[in-house]
Structures are given as structure tokens and as C-alpha cells.
Design a protein around this ligand. Structure first.
Ligand code: PLP
Length: 382
């Protein structure tokens, strides 16, 4: 009765489907990584879009915050970073979370209450999905980017609900798609609903000041609540929510993933502040990574739905079959390129893919090499 053999059976089943995952020790160093056998590969797998993650901190700042933000884990540095993020996002206030996952899941779970409706994009990140699951509100998952569907649901059912929350990734993490935020904001205005956008892959990369996709699409003032992470283009760790002061104050008082978790480490706060100041000051990293993204799509003949989407540094190559995708990823690694294979349940069954992530650190030669290697591999597997 006490054995864990049933778990072994489940892991065996995953292995048979080519879906077993393992933690592999890798050492990321700028645009390269050392894999488990100490071979150096060019890294096309991380989310360090601006190349800021490998910056070394020189200041002597504490590594631990010792407690929850509400006890004594919130320092002057936390306060300064929160204010800086509110300025970046042009909101009244912002608050820091231990991770983007905690920010997304906690915010939705806290704000959407019984009697409310959440409309959530089918391809939203797991952290938003888990927020919907934790919330006591009703949830309708709408087909990916289908704002007509959202409008239809609201036309038929708006009156049944107290508040309605339209929840979407700004940039979809596994597809590099951009959410139709202008159209969703129009629907939100028509039916008096709140918009919540996860800017995880937009922050630092898109928009004139680098605040993300809401800025790039001109809807910053129409999306009241924006969630972000410090772990991707900011190159660090942690999450944040930016929005009206009332919302931020309410989260500070009620959001369990904020209250019942140790606050961000001061060292992470300091490093995030430095990174945000640098991308606000200089746009060259953002310009470079966007150029690489457009170039890669053009040379692989991959279509994007609009110019903005063509600049997103997440470029998936959908191969479909799990095993085949693993094999192509392994062959790329043998040729010196780390390009992760993404399989279900992270993506829908039948859509396993290579997910190429670009960084401002990639040189033109690195990109050329990846494209040549990929093209040769694809030709051979045809
Ligand atoms: C779209 C999206 N939202 C939220 C998160 C969670 O952020 P974090 O890694 O800081 O927990 C991620 C990270 O994978 C993401 O891709």
C-alpha cells in the first residue's frame, strides 16, 4: 500500500510516449551554455532576450529577504523597484512577487470572485490557468485570440455575472503570438469588463520604452492590470503587478501567493533595478533582438500575423511528433546549438516544436550557423 510503484508506472508511460523530462545540469554563460558533458553549445533556449542575465552584481547586497513582504522582507530597495516599475508601466502603483508564476496565479485567484466570470485564452500560460483554477469565479476558455468569441459570450451572458475579467498573455510564450489587445479592449469597453494582461515576454522587448506589448499596441491606458516577470528580459528573478493603487493595496492584503511566501531576495531586487534602468536608458539591445527575430523568420519563411509579431524573439518550429522533435533537438545539440524541444503538456498534443529564443547577445554568425544547420536537418528529414 505504501509503495510508490504507481509513480514508476506513470513515468514509464511518459518515457514510452517520448515525454519524460529530466533535469539536466547546464551552465549558461552569456550566449552559450555548457551542457552536462561540458560541451559548449550556442544557447537558443533561454529567455534572456536582452542579454542581461549574466551581469555580475558587485554591490554587497543581502541574498535573502528573511520573511514575507508583510513581515520584514520588504526593504527600501523593494519599495524603489516597485515605484520604478509603476513608472515604467505608467500605473499608479506596483508590487513585487517572488516569481511571475506567483504574480499571475495569485492575482487572478484573488481578484476574480464567486459570481464573476473569467474569459481566458486557450493558450494562456500555466500560471494564469492555475489562477483561474484557484479562483471561485466561473471560467470560459476561449479559442486562441478569438475576440469575436469573447464578444459573443458577453453578448449572451454578461448580465449573469457581477464582474468579468478578460485574461490573456500579451505575447504567447510557446508560439510567439501577440494577443489582439486593441480588439479585446474594445470588447472590454463594450461590456464593462476588466482586462488583465501578462507581459512576461513583452517587458523589456516591445514598446518604445520597453514596457511591453500594451505599450507597443497603444493600449497601456486601457489595460488596468498588467502582470510581469523579472526573470526574462530583465534577466533576474521575481514578478510584479502594476495597476491602480486600490488593486495593488488589495493584493497586498489578500493575495496568498504574495502574503504567504518569502519576499524577493534583495540581491534580485537590486539586479532587476539595474537591468530596468539600463533598458530604459538604451534601446540598442531591444532593437537588436527584434532585428534578429525578423531576420530569422524571414530566412526560415515563417509568417507572423503582423509586423510587431515578426519582432518577437520567440520563434517556434512546429514539427508535430514528440519523438521526431526530440531527435531534431538532439541533432542540433550535436551540431553545437541548444534549441529545446517543447512537448505536451506544455503545448497541445500533435504540436511538439523546437522553440528558438533569441537574445541580443547572439551574433549574426551564430544566427547564420543555426539557420544553415536547421535547413540541412530539415532537408534530410523530408
Ligand atoms: C507567459 C508567462 N507568464 C508567466 C511566467 C512565469 O514567470 P516566472 O518564470 O517569473 O515565474 C512565464 C514563465 O515561464 C511565462 O512564460
Amino acid at each position: 500500500m505504501k509503495s510508490f510503484d504507481y509513480l514508476a508506472d506513470r513515468l514509464d508511460a511518459l518515457a514510452e510516449q517520448h515525454r519524460l523530462r529530466r533535469l539536466v545540469p547546464r551552465n549558461v554563460m552569456g550566449a552559450s551554455l555548457l551542457d552536462a558533458s561540458c560541451d559548449s553549445l550556442i544557447n537558443f533556449g533561454g529567455n534572456d532576450y536582452l542579454g542581461l542575465a549574466a551581469n555580475l552584481t558587485t554591490a554587497e547586497i543581502a541574498t535573502g529577504s528573511t520573511s514575507s513582504a508583510l513581515v520584514c522582507g520588504w526593504t527600501v530597495l523593494h519599495e524603489q523597484l516597485a515605484q520604478r516599475l509603476a513608472v515604467l508601466e505608467s500605473t499608479e502603483a506596483a508590487v513585487l512577487f517572488p516569481s511571475g508564476y506567483a504574480a499571475c496565479s495569485g492575482t487572478i485567484a484573488t481578484l476574480a470572485e464567486p459570481g464573476d466570470l473569467i474569459l481566458s485564452d486557450q493558450l494562456n500560460h500555466a500560471s494564469l490557468i492555475d489562477g483561474c483554477r484557484l479562483s471561485a469565479a466561473e471560467c470560459v476558455v476561449y479559442p486562441h485570440r478569438d475576440f469575436h468569441f469573447v464578444a459573443d459570450v458577453l453578448a449572451k451572458q454578461r448580465e449573469r455575472f457581477h464582474r468579468v475579467w478578460i485574461v490573456t498573455d500579451g505575447v504567447f510564450s510557446m508560439d510567439g503570438h501577440i494577443a489582439p489587445l486593441v480588439e479585446l479592449c474594445d470588447v472590454a469597453d463594450r461590456f464593462e469588463t476588466h482586462m488583465v494582461v501578462d507581459e512576461a515576454h513583452g517587458t523589456g522587448v516591445l514598446g518604445r520604452s520597453g514596457s511591453g506589448v500594451c505599450e507597443a499596441l497603444g493600449v497601456k491606458h486601457r489595460v488596468a492590470i498588467r502582470i510581469g516577470t523579472l526573470s526574462k528580459a530583465v534577466g533576474c528573478q521575481g514578478g510584479f503587478v502594476a495597476g491602480p493603487k486600490l488593486v495593488v493595496d488589495y493584493l497586498i492584503n489578500r493575495c496568498r501567493s504574495l502574503i504567504f511566501s518569502t519576499a524577493l531576495a534583495p540581491a534580485a531586487v537590486m539586479a532587476s533595478m539595474t537591468a530596468i534602468e539600463s533598458f530604459e536608458r538604451e534601446s540598442h539591445r531591444r532593437v537588436r533582438v527584434q532585428r534578429l527575430a525578423r531576420e530569422l523568420r524571414r530566412r526560415l519563411s515563417l509568417r507572423a500575423s503582423c509586423d510587431l509579431e515578426a519582432s518577437v524573439p520567440i520563434v517556434p518550429i512546429v514539427l508535430g511528433d514528440d519523438r521526431h522533435t526530440m531527435e531534431v533537438s538532439a541533432r542540433l545539440a550535436r551540431a553545437g546549438y541548444f534549441v529545446p524541444a517543447i512537448r505536451p503538456p506544455t503545448v497541445p498534443p500533435g504540436t511538439s516544436r523546437l522553440r528558438i529564443s533569441l537574445s541580443a547577445l547572439h551574433t549574426d554568425a551564430m544566427l547564420d550557423g543555426l539557420i544553415d544547420t536547421l535547413s540541412n536537418l530539415m532537408k534530410r528529414s523530408e
